[in-house]
Ligand binder design. Structure first.
Ligand SMILES: [Zn+2]
Ligand SMILES: [Zn+2]
Length: 101
């Protein structure tokens, strides 16, 4: 499956996000690895979240295009597919072996 290259930059990384309510607090976010692990955050709202997401994770991923063949409504046309271009941002895509579950 093809995913936008912007997404692959956010894989397998530890990222720190400052707390809104207390700037002294930083949360460590694991960005996940495609198809293997999902993004996690150490904040309380993540712990209690039913859909395994919190505003910190959203904030990080909202900055990226994040297009993926498997989970995005926008589909590539045949030209984009051949040229490996992202239908959302027009950037390059990369082929990844794993599917998100
Ligand atoms: Zn969080
Ligand atoms: Zn894109």
């Amino acid at each position: 499956m093809q995913v936008c290259k912007t997404l692959t930059k956010l894989q397998g990384k530890h990222v720190y996000v400052r707390s809104d309510s207390d700037p002294r607090i930083k949360y460590e976010i694991w960005t996940g690895t495609l198809g293997k692990t999902i993004p996690t955050c150490e904040c309380e709202s993540y712990k209690w979240s039913k859909d395994d997401v919190c505003k910190h994770i959203r904030r990080i991923f909202n900055k990226t295009c994040g297009w993926g063949e498997e989970w995005s409504d926008d589909k590539q046309n045949s030209r984009q597919r051949k040229a490996m271009l992202c239908p959302l941002c027009g950037g390059k895509t990369v082929e990844v072996k794993y599917a998100l579950t």
